[in-house]
Design a protein around this ligand. Sequence first.
Ligand SMILES: [Zn+2]
Length: 420
Amino acid sequence: MNRIAESYVKLVLAVGQHDANYVDAFYGPAEWKQAAEAAGKRPLPELLAEARRLLAALPPLAPLAPSAASPVPGSAADAADELPLLRRRYLERQLSALAAHVEALGGLRRTFDEESKALYDAVAPVYDAAHFQAILDRIDHVVPGKGPLPARIEAYRRRFVIPPDRVDRVFAAAIAECRRRTAAHVALPPGESFTVAYVKDKPWSGYNWYQGGFQSLIQVNTDLPIYIERALDLAGHEGYPGHHVYNALLEQHLVRDRGWVELTVYPLFSPQSLIAEGTANFGVEVVFPGPERVVFERQVLYPLAGLDPGGAAQYDRLQELLRDLGYAGNEAARGYLDGKLTRDAAQAWLERYALMSPERAAQRLRFIETYRSYVINYNYGQDLVRRYIESRGGTADHPDQRWHEFARLISSPRLPSDLR
Ligand SMILES: [Zn+2]
């Protein structure tokens, strides 16, 4: 298995020579990366054949034991025996996704759903305009003023923009609190930390670049106004207990403790991304359950941002409703990439049903054009992760069990079809 894992890492690095977005993180032996760069763009058919050879070399697949409530947190029996099985399944799905991505680089076009199945091991549910319209009707009652909702919401949200010169101190406070709360429930690796940098002209609003050695670089895009809720969304998603903690725990428990080299590389267009994005989004709820979020925002973040905390409760209600519109972005992407919506129609859909400003909808379209069906990993990933953790007793009214299941999930190479 170690030999297959090593070949898999080298193959991911080779595919990365064809696609600069593909290798999201690599902290394995530097000479493997140098060798991949020296070899340049190896022919795609050669890479595909290599992926198939490795798939064929995997030992036969043993079934996972029926899902049972996990043993006492921290006990020796806690999920340990399951890990080698998960490893075998992980390598298989990551390799098949790699093969699918190589085919796409060679010009093969799949439908949106076929692509998400091949790359992320999942197909997102379809919602029609009426579904989103019902949510918009509820939002209509929360947003003050008269006239068309998109313009009204834009005007209302302007009151909640963090002034640019205060963004950094607000984020610093949000990150510190997310870290404090996470560390109370999850044993963080020694010396873990990250740096935050502010960037412009990117198709995303935030990004975590894991560096290895329990370090991350978190970039925040400042092209568009940053609203107050972004502080905890970003601190939780990119930092604690999201991407930074996820990558650091995988490095600690699987790379360092077990020597599983396959986790030193993170291919972006692979099933791992659904787990990464789904846990990062769900992690924001785990770290700030129920009303605790708005309490912290009102008491700490609003004053730091120089915003009036009087409007926090109403704005928080709006945020909850807006989150239900998350799937509207999938429909714009599916319609556009499947050729059923023009670019302009997809932009209009995002403005109308996802309530994005024209500038934000344009940024999202750039994201869709760059990352395609990756968009499902955020909302559908979050729902799959929530259902999985709740099915194991990690419900909102059992916070300790919820943290335990969350930490267990982000310390293992579990993949989307293992969640169902
Ligand atoms: Zn993310």
